[in-house]
Design a protein around this ligand. Structure first.
Ligand code: GCU
Length: 339
């Protein structure tokens, strides 16, 4: 058996060797990009990754393809960001809060209650002219290009102890937040005890009581089985943080111009697909959580939560002119696309 697998290994090695030059007259070796996503296979971002691979093969005559790795198999968001930077991961869907560690100005899109509607958020994310400065800001220093953003629903607070209606209900509860200063600050102001942690660690922390709860959209609540250990999902709807499709700038630079243009032309369809497919996925996720006994509570004093975080929004968005410009764009989009 060992000998057989050694032979198979040799054959595939020599096949790869033939392919690389493309001189044998056969198909040149295909470059397979790695795309990392923290979510499972059924998630719209995973599926959009598969679509990216398919479209890229078609557009480049099979010279390029994409392999999608779900469930943080390529590492936590922080690790994946590092690997994009050094070029060992090519693409990743990364939650906006994580991108703040690379450039704090991304915070504007991660502020609580900053977008009134999904349409407002998409209007801002799809405004290429507006975003050029922000989306290319990581290329020189980190070798990461932001290809685009997608809607990932709204985030609300859930916990194992009680339904949340007012900020006082959060008193004393340890709630997981994403790993950024803005998220820690937000949860403090909302009334709970913030506990920054990577996505994949939350389930066991909830199970062992290290955490009382967390905050996320309904799909993550269900897909990560948090609904098994934290039954009370309360609709605070405090956040609408985008997920960004990031690419290693090193990878992008290695592509020849035609293939690079072909790739960039596909991206708007891919981010749109991830956003669109998210809507039905939310409803399916709610049904699955309910079947497990989760309680969804919509009787929440949103105005009270909003008032608590208002000073923080002022402070973060007012820190420099660029942020003020992006913030203004969010408010204009809210006017054009009311809730
Ligand atoms: C959301 C988001 C992910 C993120 C996760 C988190 O599910 O889509 O990108 O990693 O939240 O809370 O860490």
């Amino acid at each position: 058996k060992l000998a057989a697998s050694a032979i198979v290994g040799l054959i595939s090695l020599s096949l790869a060797a033939c392919g690389s030059g493309g001189e044998s007259g056969g198909k040149a070796e295909q470059v397979v990009f790695k795309l990392a996503v923290s979510q499972p296979q059924e998630h719209p971002q995973y599926q959009a990754g598969l679509e990216l691979g398919k479209r890229l093969e078609e557009a480049t005559d099979d010279r390029y393809s994409v392999q999608v790795y779900g469930n943080e198999t390529l590492g936590t968001s922080a690790e994946v960001i590092q690997n994009l930077s050094n070029g060992t991961v090519d693409f990743a869907w990364i939650g906006g809060a994580n991108v703040e560690s690379l450039n704090q100005d991304f915070v504007v899109y991660n502020l609580p209650f900053v977008f009134d509607s999904r349409e407002a958020q998409l209007a801002v994310l799809n405004d290429d002219e507006l975003n050029t400065e922000l989306f290319t800001s990581l290329e020189d220093s980190k070798s990461i290009t932001v290809l685009g953003g997608a809607n990932a629903g709204q985030r609300s607070i859930y916990n194992a102890i009680r339904p949340i209606r007012t900020p006082d209900d959060l008193k004393g509860l340890k709630i997981r937040v994403q790993q950024s200063d803005s998220q820690v600050r937000m949860l403090q102001l909302l009334g709970g005890i913030p506990s920054p942690m990577s996505f994949g660690e939350v389930y066991s922390a909830l199970q062992t009581g290290v955490l009382d709860g967390a905050e996320n959209n309904e799909p993550s609540y269900n897909a990560m089985k948090h609904d098994e250990v934290a039954k009370y999902y309360s609709y605070t709807r405090h956040l609408m943080i985008p997920d960004f499709l990031l690419m290693s700038t090193q990878t992008l630079d290695k592509m020849d111009e035609t293939d690079r243009d072909a790739l960039l032309a596909i991206i708007p369809d891919i981010t749109q697909k991830a956003s669109d497919d998210f809507v039905p996925y939310v409803n399916e996720s709610i049904e699955r959580s309910k079947a497990l006994g989760a309680q969804f509570n919509d009787d929440v004093d949103t105005a009270a939560f909003k008032a608590r975080v208002a000073p923080m929004v002022e402070e973060y968005m007012g820190a420099n002119d660029l942020r003020a410009k992006y913030y203004e764009a969010t408010q204009q989009a809210n006017q054009d696309n009311p809730a």
